[in-house]
Design a protein around this ligand. Structure first.
Ligand code: GDP
Length: 365
């Protein structure tokens, strides 16, 4: 399952957002380190194509994708060196697929800011620096291990070195590893290092109640400018406090409340969609006699990685994937007629999976 880690400095509204997302009731007190234990909440991703596929193939089960949100403890300056809850914090986000970086864009004298003033551009820099420093350390440790073996000409070590050196160079320049332009096979290797700055990031500007319905203010504008200048990543603005309130309401009351606020769609739906789409994730589908199912995959993943999302045996024993685009399948109506129409392709190990692919894996174990 796709895991998104919610990160940011203390008291920026992470727990609040997490509560809203999962209605799971994590602690959200005005206290920097109230969220020591990561809280995990699971949210279904709305996907109309799956509903359609499910109806067409008439499998008993419909299995949607879920996003798991992980609320991790507040990061502070110096975390990469173990300040505050640093080490724990970094440990928890090593295994997430993507990061939602929450930035405080609301003013409230009752809610302490760890640095005294509200400044999302500065805050973002602090968190990003900590993540980059932690990565640099990890890359250097790994380089140390492989460079000797690389010098003696060991193929695997050479390949590792070739993947690690550009990472180090990028981090040295203060840039995230995700900004590297690498061919897919090299990326596969870099991804396996679980570097924090290699993960896709969505910036979440947390605005105050008074900034609705547009969710805009002086802070969000400055932040958006800074992010755009650096092509740092997509940004979405929500009011986590309002969303938390919304999440507690019954559906009809929710609608009423949204109308009152002059908002057409809850910020959370926008956030889930954004987390899903803007973070470069795609959906592929599988079906059999038991279930029609949607799966999430990072854009650019190869067919064996898609197989691996289902089962590691599928990846290890991957032979090929019978592939058809969702739209073409709908036109054909069934796999049988799609085959007759010559619409089913046989794709190999180097195939880059596309959004909307329906895949049938052939493998041997
Ligand atoms: P975390 O430390 O980042 O997890 O922050 P929390 O979610 O615990 O929020 C810290 C405090 O800020 C809590 O008292 C929240 O109620 C408050 N807060 C969060 N979002 C908003 C907001 O949009 N406006 C205001 N006024 N307070 C907020």
């Amino acid at each position: 399952m796709l895991k998104v880690g919610i990160v940011g400095l203390p008291n920026v509204g992470k727990s609040c957002l997490f509560n809203a997302l999962t209605a799971a009731g994590a602690a959200a007190d005005n206290y920097p380190f109230c969220t020591v234990d990561p809280n995990v909440g699971t949210v279904e991703v709305p996907e109309a194509r799956l509903d359609r596929l499910h109806a067409l193939v008439r499998s008993p089960q419909r299995v949607p994708t879920f996003i798991q949100f992980v609320d991790v403890a507040g990061l502070v300056e110096g975390a990469s060196h173990g300040e505050g809850l640093g080490n724990q914090f970094l440990g928890h986000i090593r295994d997430v697929d993507a990061i939602a970086h929450v930035l405080r864009c609301f003013e409230d004298p009752d809610v302490a800011h760890v640095l005294g003033t509200v400044d999302p551009v500065r805050d973002r820099g602090i968190v990003d620096t900590e993540l980059a420093l932690a990565d640099l350390e990890a890359v250097e440790r790994r380089l140390e291990k492989v460079s000797k073996r690389a010098r003696s000409g060991e193929g695997e070590a050479l390949a590792e070195e070739q993947a690690l050196l550009p990472c180090r160079e990028t981090l040295d320049q203060g840039l995230p590893v995700r900004s590297l332009d690498l061919p897919p096979d090299r990326w596969q290797r870099v991804r396996s290092y679980n570097l924090l700055t290699a993960k896709p990031v969505l910036f979440v500007a947390n605005v105050g109640e008074s900034d609705l319905p547009d969710c805009e203010n002086e802070f969000t504008r400055r932040l958006a400018d800074a992010l755009e200048r650096e092509s740092a990543g997509p940004m979405i603005a929500v009011s986590s406090r309002i969303e938390a309130e919304l999440a507690e309401l019954a559906p009809d009351e929710r609608k009423e409340f949204l109308d009152e606020l002059g908002v057409s769609e809850a910020g959370l739906s926008r956030l889930i969609r954004a987390a899903y789409g803007l973070l470069g994730l795609i959906t592929f589908f599988t079906f059999n006699e038991k279930e029609a199912r949607a799966w999430i995959l990072p854009r650019g993943s190869l067919a064996p990685e898609a197989a691996g999302a289902i089962h590691t045996d599928f990846q290890r024993g991957f032979i090929r994937a019978e592939t058809i685009q969702f739209e073409e399948f709908v036109v054909a109506g069934s796999m049988k007629s799609a085959r007759e129409l010559g619409r089913v392709r046989s794709e190999g190990k180097d195939y880059v999976v596309q959004d909307g692919d329906i895949l049938l894996f052939r493998f041997s174990v």
